[in-house]
Design a protein around this ligand. Sequence first.
Ligand code: SF4
Length: 252
Amino acid sequence: MYKKMLDKVAHSKKIIADVVRTCRRIAVACSFGKDSMATVLLAREVHPSINVFSIMTVFKPKETFEYLVRMNKLLNLNVKVYMVASEVPQVLKENGIEVKLLPTERFERECTEVETVYGKKIYEVEPDRCCELLKVEPAKEAVKNLDAWICGLRNTEGRTRKDYREIEFRGLLKVNPILNWTEDEVRAYLAAKGIELHPWYNMVFPDGRRIRSLGCEPCTVPVYDWQDEREGRWEGTSKCGGECGIHTRRLK
Ligand code: SF4
């Protein structure tokens, strides 16, 4: 790794070390996207047994669940998954992943309401509502007993991420240790550590577009290299390039 990269790694680790020193109840959030993976690696180098949690949804690609299982085993993450679902996805069950299932009644009721009114899926016409129910509410559950959480948010990912800070307070401390890393730096760091990327990042579409920001399957599309990474999220909706809410909402 070249010097600028080593400096960034050292800076990120210092941020994590500082928060680990001051907060007793702390965990890393991991979506198993590239930025989360870099953050988890950094955090585990600072604190080898730091807790890792993941908010999964019933709309995540099957490759995400499979990748979660591989990375959990490879890095001994002991990840705890939170998801609104009536049953644990088979691959997680088979591999003994700890999953906290959260009630589905409200989500099912609101899906039915939206489909009755619009004749479309909730994520097509009301993605904010869908994210609120499937991501924000489980995130609140995941952090309810924490003093701080660490995540892989970066300010070059898109228009909505430019103004974040490395340390924030939204009901509890929120730490963004790779805030100033670029997309290329994240990829280079993972390559240097020998960590495979989620397979969706390796897909190149015939027109050259690639998946550069990974979310739920219906809300993730490939983008050109000249676009912001997050322009591939919620395309065709008012939420395009936006936020699911876990970084913008107060979670406690
Ligand atoms: S990313 Fe899409 S499918 Fe996933 S919770 Fe948000 S709106 Fe729903």
